[in-house]
Design a protein around this ligand. Sequence first.
Ligand SMILES: [Zn+2]
Length: 672
Amino acid sequence: MQRTLCFLLVLSIAAGCRQAGDSATSHITITGIDSSRKPGDNFFMYVNGIWYDSAQIPASQSGVGAYSFMNFPQRIRLQGILDSVAASNNTAGSIEQKVGDFYASGMDTATIDKRGYEPIKPLLSAIDGITDITSLLKVATDEQKIGDGSIIGFSVGPDDKQSTINIAQFYQAGTGLPEKDYYFKSDDATLGIQSAYKKYLSGLFELTGLDAASAVKNADITYGIEKQLATSHRNNIELRDVKANYNKMSVATLAKKQPNLQWPALLGNLGVKVDSVNVAQPAYYDKLDQMLKSVPLDDWKIYLKASALSNFSNFLSRPFAEVAFQYNKALSGQAVRKSRAEEMTQAVDRSLGHALAQLYVKKYFPEDAKKRVALLVDNLKKALAARITRLDWMSDSTKAKAKEKLQAFTEKIGYPDKWRDYSAVDVKRDAWFENVLSANKNDYNYRVDRIGKPVDRTEWYTTPPTVTAYNNPPMNEIVFPAGILQPPYFDVNADDALNYGGIGMVIGHEITHSFDDQGAQYDKTGNVTDWWTKSDYDKFRARTQQVIDQYNQFTVLDSMHVKGALTVGENTADIAGIAIAYDAFKMTDQGKDSTKIDGLTPDQRFFISIARIWRVKTKDEFMRTYVNTNPHSPATWRVNGPLMNFTPFYNAFNVQPGDKMFKPENERIVVW
Ligand SMILES: [Zn+2]
């Protein structure tokens, strides 16, 4: 589990219908309000109910909605670019050639199917050649370089205590289910996923020519090893503990502590030449060290084969991808596979994303959006600074430091000034599997080369066409890619109410991440330090505890509860993000005015915009996995949760005692 950046959206859901706000008119009419519902009972459904009740989720998707509204045209645009460059005669080595041939090689299912699992045979025979722990670790590190992590969770990133320098980081790894708890829970839904996973593993083995009984046996052995490894894992709530994830150790100490892992050789094989590394979750490496001895070598070989097959199943012939899809179906509820073109568009975005992005922004990104959004960011920062000044629970000395941190923010908007270089990636039109490996190798070298070097502050951790935003605490930065600078989040033709309730809320959310349960532990330079007074920090923690307690009450799929402790950072960012966006909106002419548009006051339009950006409807299987694993609350609670804590919302829609969202004023949570 690598460092989690606070991505706004981790969903990738496509398709859906067009909504008000997506046409380029100077006046945006809001339609679809469900006046049969009371806004104070369920504001999400008041705004989205008519749409929600009639929306159909296409069989090839796990959901539809506002994200889809964004992602559907986005995918069509990217796919259009790829179809066009794949059909052109491009200069060898050009971006167009790499991207076009990469995509074309993935679309060439005839060649892919004809090759069956032949592309992965060299990896499987390398595993067969393992004779001892030393050769096992050599194979595992070699596979790391082509994108199969298996037992080693290796990454490169800023040192949390010296954030200007990149260090090698080791995270818990080795498991295939979405999270630790999936191995140990025994409710029906979890048992179903465990069995789908084992079926997936045995299915992969069968496709390599094993009889059914041997394939099942291999799946059981693999699952057994994973479950043992999982006992040492931290769960996704424990992983939020920033300080617990920092354990910088010398290689000499590690060599003594975990002798079977043979750290000096392991690091040498990885190409990492350093004296110390961060072992984020040391218990995992203790367990792995012990299991390298206790688990028979033949079982490890089976495990490594399962890892390789599983990791690359989507890049082999159709039957492999089909088996993988069946497992994914259990997690997401998606009934049929996406079109090949949709899958390949995502694959190009993953492997050569910054090349595709260059073609995308040239064609679709309006440069003036940068300036407009920069202005919004400035206004939001002013609004938060003013809120900090007014806080009644924080001392002046902590306030001054919080403001310094806010002023030190970097913002990235649209796309990077400097693009990733893919010149070392070898792309051939008839070699899909090898193309993927070449991109993975390039990515690996790119990461390893950065160890011990100054952090590149211009780097982007998402591709620009992605519909997301993020906050990166070690760099004290917020990032808004081109993909999110579109309706319903942002529209150059919309009134301020809609833009402040849309992208404004997103900006407020990202800014707040610097001051949520995790972000608050990083100072203005991106180092983890105690910059708070103890008493202020205790008061802050008491407030985030209120957020945890409140969100624990919220139900999903009738009986499931939101995990308050897992989602506290995102919920804090939602609660404060809306408040900051609202304050900034009140600084605009429209915010100070009361002129109605289509019968709606400026404040009403602001709140409706918030509910519209989270419009989404998902399959139950998807929602179950999401609530168990995702640090964001479900869409309904990203709207109703913060708003039930926000008094101006009560005033805008006359929310009264007896309404389901009503909370007495002294119970409304304010963190920032
Ligand atoms: Zn977030």
